[in-house]
Design a protein around this ligand. Structure first.
Ligand SMILES: Cc1ncc(COP(=O)(O)O)c(C=O)c1O
Length: 428
């Protein structure tokens, strides 16, 4: 291992980081989280919030509250618990919508991500003989690919024909918005559904959801996004952008714990279309008539009408704590800090001498969230292992990329400096 006094080890950069932390209006939020420790007992430099966000300290108490209420009330907890379980999901109605720029009623928290993606496609992928294709980006997360393939097959189409992949231009790593628009102008009449990630998990590219939705709609397509890497990361306005639907998970940037509940957005335009096909369950039924146990399904207005089952209280209790912190910090303030944090990371990486590292994530802050995907000529797996040994958590994605995500909620500018220092091979 190199331990040279690397070229980015200049004290002024560290002083600058410390100064930025000192003036960070969100700095106090870090204290709300449990930061994993190194073997020496120091806080790790945790840069994998894009994969699994850290545990808010208050989660334990929130879970214990539900366990106490369960022990004390049994089934009566549905109505007598501190947060009655019968209406528990309603606590997310407003904050979940606010998180993605929706209006209350456009968002619901339920199930898990891939499940919700399927539920949305049941309603919004409505292929016809002349318009049956699904447009996806190159290299979507495999679960998304399996979901769209199986949906195409479910409707009797050959996925090799029905799934259309958008590629970057030769020699480029990310897809240009104008190329997506051009595709939709020329071939959009074949596309039933445009289904992209809000941020691609591998490259970190944030797609221009507003322009893509407009182009998709102009071509007569339905437009949906998987926001797994966008929720809690980007500032979004799904309602104003007219996005048809979106789904996200809560265990990455939203810090709600492994396998946590998922969010789902359905635009108000589709809020009350009882004729929309959907896979129904009793929790999506109008609550007034839910216990009449009628055979016919009467969907609730809005996204809530897609619920299947009664609320998953324990993961939702964790999500409630985590989401409250987002509401307290505010997405605008988080995004402002995030641009600075990632910009600082980019600046320091660019100053590492030599050609060992290249950033494949777009340079334009509008086209990325907090993650930078760094390609290396070294063995990327060994590099991530070396960094972990040095107390830095990043992740490796084959063949040659490490993903690094300084999150504004709990990472510091000093974290970024120390990471960059170690990446360069110096102390830090
Ligand atoms: C973009 C994307 N889609 C889908 C998934 C799968 O999510 P889940 O296992 O919650 O269904 C993930 C998980 O990391 C993801 O990053």
């Amino acid at each position: 291992m190199e331990t040279t006094s690397s070229a980015i080890g200049y004290q002024p950069y560290l002083d600058y980081a410390i100064e930025l932390d000192r003036h960070d209006p969100l700095a106090h939020f870090r204290d709300q989280y449990l930061i994993p420790k190194t073997v020496d007992g120091d806080p790790m430099i945790y840069l994998t919030g894009n994969s699994l966000g850290l545990q808010p300290k208050r989660v334990r108490e929130a879970l214990e509250q539900e366990l106490r209420d369960w022990a004390e009330f049994g089934v009566e907890g549905h109505f007598n618990a501190k947060h009655p379980w019968y209406s528990y999901h309603e606590m997310f109605r407003e904050p979940a919508a606010r998180l993605v720029g929706g209006i209350p009623g456009e968002a619901v928290v339920m199930n898990t991500l891939t499940t919700n993606l399927h539920l949305m496609m049941v309603s919004f992928y409505r292929p016809t003989p002349s318009r049956y294709k699904i447009l996806v980006e190159q290299g979507p997360f495999p679960s998304d690919m399996y979901a769209v393939w199986s949906q195409a097959r479910f409707h009797g189409y050959d996925p090799n024909d029905a799934i259309v992949t958008l590629h970057p231009r030769d020699g480029e790593d990310t897809i240009r918005t104008e190329d997506i628009e051009r595709y939709l102008v020329t071939r959009g009449d074949e596309i039933a559904l445009v289904m992209l990630g809000g941020v691609n998990f591998y490259t970190g590219q944030a797609f221009d959801m507003e322009r893509i939705t407009a182009a998709g709609h102009a071509a007569g397509c339905v437009v949906g996004f998987d926001l797994a890497h966008a929720a809690g990361n980007l500032l979004m306005h799904l309602h104003d952008w007219d996005v048809d639907f979106a789904v996200w998970c809560s265990y990455k940037y939203l810090n709600s714990g492994p396998g946590g509940v998922s969010g789902c957005f359905v635009h108000e335009r589709h809020a009350f279309e009882p004729e929309l096909p959907r896979f129904a369950g009793w929790w999506g039924n109008d609550p007034q008539s839910r216990f009449e146990m009628r055979p016919e399904f009467l969907p609730q207005h809005g996204a809530a009408g897609w619920q299947l089952s009664n609320a998953q209280i324990l993961p939702m209790a964790a999500h409630k704590v985590a989401l409250d912190l987002f509401m307290a910090a505010g997405m605008e303030a988080l995004r402002k800090k995030s641009e600075l944090l990632t910009g600082y990371l980019e600046y320091l990486i660019d100053r590492i001498p030599g050609e060992r590292y290249s950033i494949i994530t777009p340079r334009d802050p509008k086209q990325r969230g907090c993650q930078l995907s760094i390609r290396t000529v070294d063995d990327a797996r060994l590099l991530s292992e070396r960094l972990l040994w040095q107390g830095v958590s990043v992740d490796f994605r084959p063949p040659d990329v490490i993903r690094v995500a300084p999150v504004p909620m709990y990472n510091t500018f000093e974290d970024v400096w120390r990471f960059a220092q170690k990446l360069a091979g110096g102390e830090g």
